[in-house]
Design a protein around this ligand. Structure first.
Ligand code: NAD
Length: 299
């Protein structure tokens, strides 16, 4: 299978390498020279631009930050042509970015309007940078059954679980519900750890106790926000890498947008969005989102 992989950041880089290791012919591209250089050094062929990366590709995968990037890539922006007209007939497009369901549907509709057999699925992921490196991501797919079955062997090289949420856009809706919960869990877990610490507890001991008790959750299992508790977590690497505060802020904003659209009550999601927004405004947008604990810690 010949695959174009566009967006070689924290997630896309290791995902593209896993596809290459599995024997696929992968051509990567990223707007950032640093990302291109890093992946080229790891042995990934890098195309001169996005249009060159899709030449001869059966499948195009994108892993970009937000709505605007995905729409600009496929539909064009500021007089620059989009990628859709440049794809060969019958190409499958898999967008793994976390974006609004409405944005995913917009690109899918434009692909369909080409009338050249182009197919689109939204396939946002869960599992973090650790999951991207290990090839153990969870894919949450929106799109028709046939397109998912075509994508499945490729998704299986990057992930362990594949869920089919429904039609185009539903993968994004499910992902946003999950990330709203994750943002709340990270803030709540940080609050409990900071409280214990301020009262003299060792964060490792408290984390072990809560992991084995009713407060247990994914943050305590895989992503402890206290430096030194979990060697592999971004907290132990100065909150570098991982899932940026600004990306979490974007996802919590998407959750609020979809709550507003259907008049849903999401009080904790709204509070979490404001906490991450304040954390970002204080200059922490590029740090991993687990750095929210710094806002709650006694100094
Ligand atoms: P990132 O910022 O590290 O990487 C995104 C890359 O896209 C950057 O290298 C950027 O230069 C590139 N890019 C932007 N526009 C481009 C374009 N038009 N053409 C080519 N390259 C372009 O972000 P990330 O952490 O890899 O996250 C990517 C997506 O995955 C986001 O939507 C995020 O919400 C989601 N996500 C991230 C994580 C995580 O733990 N980091 C987990 C799950 C989902």
């Amino acid at each position: 299978m010949s695959i174009a992989f566009i967006g070689l950041g924290h997630m896309g880089g290791p995902m593209a390498l896993n596809l290459q290791r599995a024997g696929h012919a992968v051509q990567g591209f990223d707007l950032s020279p640093a990302a291109r250089a890093q992946l080229a050094a790891a042995g990934l062929p890098i195309a001169a631009d996005a249009a060159a990366s899709v030449q001869g590709a059966d499948i195009v995968i994108s892993m970009l930050p937000a709505n605007a990037h995905v729409e600009a890539l496929y539909l064009g922006h500021g007089g620059q042509a989009g990628l859709l007209p440049q794809l060969a007939a019958d190409t499958l497009v898999i967008d793994c970015s976390t974006i609004a369901a409405s944005s995913a549907r917009k690109v899918a509709d434009a692909a369909l309007a080409q009338q050249r057999g182009l197919r689109f699925i939204d396939a946002p992921v869960s599992g973090g940078t650790g999951g991207a490196v290990a090839g153990t991501l969870t894919f949450i797919v929106g799109g028709d059954e046939q397109a998912l079955e075509q994508a499945r062997p490729v998704l299986e090289k990057m992930g362990q679980n594949i869920f089919h949420a429904g039609g185009v856009g539903t993968g994004q809706t499910a992902k946003i519900c999950n990330n709203m919960l994750l943002g709340i869990l990270m803030a709540g877990t940080s609050e409990a750890l900071a409280l214990g610490l301020a009262n003299g507890l060792d964060p490792r001991v408290l984390s072990d106790i809560m992991r084995g008790s009713s407060g247990s959750n994914w943050v305590l299992e895989k992503y402890n926000p206290m430096p030194g508790v979990m060697a592999s977590a971004p907290a132990s690497k100065g909150y570098a890498g991982g899932f940026g505060t600004d990306l979490m802020l974007k996802d919590l904003g998407l959750a609020q947008d979809s709550a507003t659209a259907v008049q849903a009550a999401t009080p904790l999601g709204s509070l979490a969005r404001n906490l991450y927004a304040a954390h970002s405004l204080a200059g922490n947008g590029a740090l991993d989102f687990s750095s929210i604990i710094r806002m709650l810690q006694k100094r």
